[in-house]
Design a protein around this ligand. Structure first.
Ligand SMILES: [Zn+2]
Length: 317
């Protein structure tokens, strides 16, 4: 293990030549879910955080971004972030983070707090519950799909989720909810955090960041709507937590198609200290603080996870 620490420190020295690695997570599952193969379960998340906490200097994102800019980051600096606001962040991830003494930042889309559910989860739960061996979604422009085996169901999701993702914002939510209802999935959900979970995260020393109100892809909506989503998402979190919210994560966050310079300027002008995207890589002192890249190894064994961290710091993804 000390070997990795040495390697990371060589690849990411501190000070003016710093590299900041920001890990991104969405959920930590109680047990593996064949329909969510990219989300770690608690056991996997535990060894990931253990590895990160032992081998990196884990810092709160706000502090790390400020120190990256002024050249005072320690070697092998890293941040841990979560997007969207899933309940399991507070119930499963938080105790693991605390056990390893690691701080993290949670970007929460405010409109889903409480009983809400995101469009992608509508679709995943629909595919889980459908009893038939095939489904025809041509009426939604989403084709027909076999559901006979677990592999079929995963294939269906991997075909439909990327297509539905780029439907116009309101239509995406409507189609996903219609599909969920037709499959017998209840509208109410216990997947997302409630106000009490935010309080628990803050009491544990974690940071809360904004992630808009209803999670639109900003490049697909007008400037005023984008501004309103960003402002409302922040003010609702500030009202619920009683604290200023200075950090932001762009929904989806891929700079090739999910946000533009307009949105980066908006976030900066609205007073956010820094913002994160989902383009993979590491940040350096010259990186735009409102476009900090994030990366998490998708590997599911500790050795490969560590190797992938080293590869990204070496600039070889
Ligand atoms: Zn998100």
């Amino acid at each position: 293990m000390a070997l990795w620490k040495t390697a990371y420190r060589m690849l990411a020295p501190g000070g003016r030549r710093s590299k900041l690695l920001i890990f991104i997570f969405h959920q930590v599952l109680a047990e593996p879910d064949p329909l969510r193969p990219y989300e770690p379960d608690a056991e996997q998340f535990d060894w990931m955080v253990q590895h990160i906490a032992r081998n990196f200097s884990v810092l709160p994102l706000a502090e790390a971004a400020a120190r990256l800019a002024d050249g005072s980051l320690p070697p092998a600096a890293a941040c841990i972030t979560f997007d969207d606001g899933y309940r399991n962040n507070a119930e499963l991830a938080l105790p693991i983070l605390l056990r390893h003494g690691a701080v993290a930042t949670f970007f929460v889309a405010s409109s889903f707090l409480g009983q809400g559910r995101m469009w992608n989860d509508d679709l995943i739960e629909a595919v889980r519950q459908l009893g038939s061996t095939e489904v025809d979604w041509h009426a939604y422009g989403l084709g027909a799909h076999r559901l006979a085996t677990p592999a079929d169901r995963l294939q269906c999701l991997e075909t439909v989720l990327p297509r539905l993702k780029y439907f116009p914002h309101g239509e995406r939510a409507r189609v996903a909810r219609a599909i969920a209802r037709a499959a017998g999935v209840a509208d109410e959900s216990r997947m997302m955090m409630e106000a009490d979970h935010l309080a628990r995260l803050i009491a544990g020393g974690m940071e809360i960041g904004a992630h808009t109100c209803s999670h639109p892809i900003l490049s697909q909506i007008g400037r005023e709507e984008a501004r309103d989503e960003i402002v409302r998402g922040r003010s609702e979190l500030e009202r619920m937590t009683g604290r200023p919210v200075r950090l932001f994560a762009y929904p989806n966050g891929d700079t090739r198609r999910d946000l533009g310079q307009r949105d980066v300027d908006l976030v900066r002008d609205l007073g956010f200290a820094c913002a994160v995207i989902t383009d993979p890589g590491f940040a350096v002192a010259a990186t735009n603080p409102h476009m900090l890249p994030r990366f998490t190894p998708w590997d599911r064994t500790p050795g490969r996870f560590a190797m992938r961290c080293a590869m990204i710091l070496a600039g070889r993804l």
